[in-house]
Design a protein around this ligand. Structure first.
Ligand SMILES: C[S@@+](CC[C@H](N)C(=O)[O-])C[C@H]1O[C@@H](n2cnc3c(N)ncnc32)[C@H](O)[C@@H]1O
Ligand SMILES: Nc1c(NC[C@H](O)[C@H](O)[C@H](O)CO)[nH]c(=O)[nH]c1=O
Ligand SMILES: N[C@@H](Cc1ccc(O)cc1)C(=O)O
Ligand code: SF4
Length: 478
């Protein structure tokens, strides 16, 4: 991968690479030494699955093309049963707020339309951009508002702004390079219209009032140590001291380098991603794990990705949940350049959740995402092996900019109505799932009670799907 040695390989950002992509994503059809029937029998017996088993289940058999509906139902049923035996009938969700600090990023991932080229943020640039950078004070104000609403967690993932450094010492190291922009993807904050502060300052600003700070993906941790020989553990130690509580395992995409070379050549490689996650756990943090699928990869890549996560969990035990992120294609370079003609089908989404539940026998929680799938299909995924329905999030930028259409937040009333409609028990959780509160559906209206300032007052009024109501002020970007 390129980012370690050549951080500016994609400088200027978005999609110039895509034109060169045609044909590069042509991976061979998967084959295995396993049969679908044997793989299914192993899954039903709780025998640990191999990568070949997972491939057979994800493909509903590799001996023929397309998904077989009857075989798919058998896989979903096995996964739903496994979910019930492992975690029961509760469906959890967290009262959280998203706070993306900046959209400025030069990494150039071809599946991403969240980022804006960082040069457009420079003081002397007259380029227009739809994005934002927040100061630490602005991040803090968003967290304070959310705390008042009863929120438990702030989830903060951001672009890799060239002026972001871990702390003052990191700024000095980066600035000392002869050509910091091309050698270490660094420009001083004075070059930009808005200074995002340092990573430590942002985390300190967000870590107020007892909120749980969920932030610093492996890619962001790489950015917070670029140009130094600091270990990931040392970087996460410093961030934990600033108030970081857990780290999101995004930037995983597909953890197979031949896929990363196509969709995110500027990102860290699989080994670095794993090293970052291990560093976070060594620093005492919980982590989540994700897979962004439904673009150029094959089912073999999906299965191999699950193996990387399961091995990581065998070694660390630090992963609280697995979050499947179905690729939203509409506004992305991959789609606009014709490299892909859409995302995953609903059947593929269901099989991915199911096989994750069956393969990841050491990760308790599998998440369904209403942001990516919408409410109705999100609920269906809760009957395919998932047991968590993410969080209220209050505002959303990544999926919205990619063309997602399922809105930006959900209220507690929305959650209780949806979860009881499928006959399950709604449960408010902490980020780490260790604190849980079963919600009595009869006792409405419903609001958060686990947040440091929560008193059961409804988070937001009314239905949330259309993005109406006063939520804009809660997630305000500048
Ligand atoms: C936008 S990045 C922000 C954090 C940081 N820049 C990073 O890459 O880790 C967070 C994650 O959003 C997900 N994402 C980005 N674009 C997406 C899309 N079009 N569809 C689904 N997920 C997407 C990817 O998994 C990515 O790692
Ligand atoms: N699935 C998505 C999530 N999931 C993360 C959760 O909201 C929460 O932060 C995590 O479970 C830790 O408690 N977040 C998004 O912004 N978008 C998603 O699609
Ligand atoms: N914010 C990410 C998703 C995410 C964040 C944190 C997690 O722990 C998991 C997933 C997205 O919208 O794609
Ligand atoms: S996924 Fe993250 S690193 Fe990649 S372009 Fe988007 S914001 Fe930047």
């Amino acid at each position: 991968m390129t980012s370690a040695g050549d951080p500016d390989a994609n400088a200027g950002g978005d999609d110039h690479g895509a034109a060169a992509l045609d044909g590069e994503a042509d991976f061979a059809d998967p084959t295995t030494n396993q049969s679908f029937e044997n793989a299914l029998a192993k899954a039903r017996d709780r025998t640990r699955l191999t990568v070949d088993d997972a491939v057979e289940l994800l493909a509903t058999g590799t001996e023929r093309d397309g998904i077989d509906p009857a075989r798919k139902e058998a896989v979903l049923e096995a996964a739903d049963r496994r979910r019930r035996e492992t975690v029961g009938d509760e469906v959890t969700f967290v009262a959280n707020v998203n706070n993306n600090v900046t959209t400025a990023c030069n990494t150039g991932c071809l599946f991403c339309n969240f980022k804006d080229s960082a040069h457009a943020f420079e003081t002397d640039s007259d380029a227009d951009h739809p994005g934002f950078t927040k100061t630490p004070a602005e991040s803090q104000a968003i967290v304070e508002d959310a705390l008042d609403m009863g929120v438990y967690e702030v989830c903060s993932v951001s672009g890799l702004h060239p002026a972001l450094a871990l702390n003052a010492e990191h700024h000095e190291i980066l600035a000392a390079h002869d050509n910091p922009a091309s050698e270490v993807n660094y420009k001083p904050p004075s070059r930009y219209a808005t200074d995002p502060g340092t990573y430590v300052e942002q985390i300190e600003a967000m870590s107020v009032g007892g909120i749980h700070v969920h932030s610093m993906t492996p890619e962001e941790a790489y950015h917070a140590r670029r140009g130094t020989n600091w270990t990931y553990e040392a970087v996460y130690d410093r961030l934990a001291a600033a108030g970081l509580d857990s780290a999101p395992g995004t930037a995983a995409e597909i953890l197979v380098d031949e896929v990363r070379d196509v969709i995110c050549p500027g990102k860290i490689g699989t080994d670095d991603w794993v090293a970052a996650m291990e560093g976070a756990v060594a620093a005492g943090l919980d982590v989540t794990s994700t897979m962004m699928y439904g673009h150029v990869e094959t089912v073999e890549h999906r299965a191999e990705h699950l193996r990387v996560i399961r091995d990581l969990q065998d070694r660390t035990g630090g992963i609280t949940e697995f979050v499947p992120l179905s690729f939203i294609h509409e506004n992305t370079p991959l789609y606009r350049h014709g490299v892909v003609d859409g995302g995953a089908s609903r059947a593929e989404d269901e099989l991915l959740v199911a096989v994750a539940r069956l393969f990841l026998d050491n990760v308790d929680h599998v998440q369904a995402s209403w942001v990516k799938s919408g409410d109705a299909h999100g609920l269906k995924l809760l009957n395919c092996g998932a047991d968590d329905f993410m969080g209220t999030i209050l505002s959303e930028e990544i999926t919205k900019r990619a063309g997602g259409e399922y809105g930006e937040y959900r209220s507690f009333d929305d959650y209780v109505e949806m979860i009881t409609a499928i006959g399950r028990t709604p449960v408010e959780r902490s980020t780490d799932y260790r604190t849980r509160r079963r919600i009595d559906p009869e006792d409405d209206p419903h609001g958060p009670e686990l947040g440091p300032r929560a008193d059961g007052t409804p988070l937001l009024a009314g239905s949330s799907t259309g993005g109406e109501s006063g939520v804009e002020s809660a997630g305000a970007d500048n």
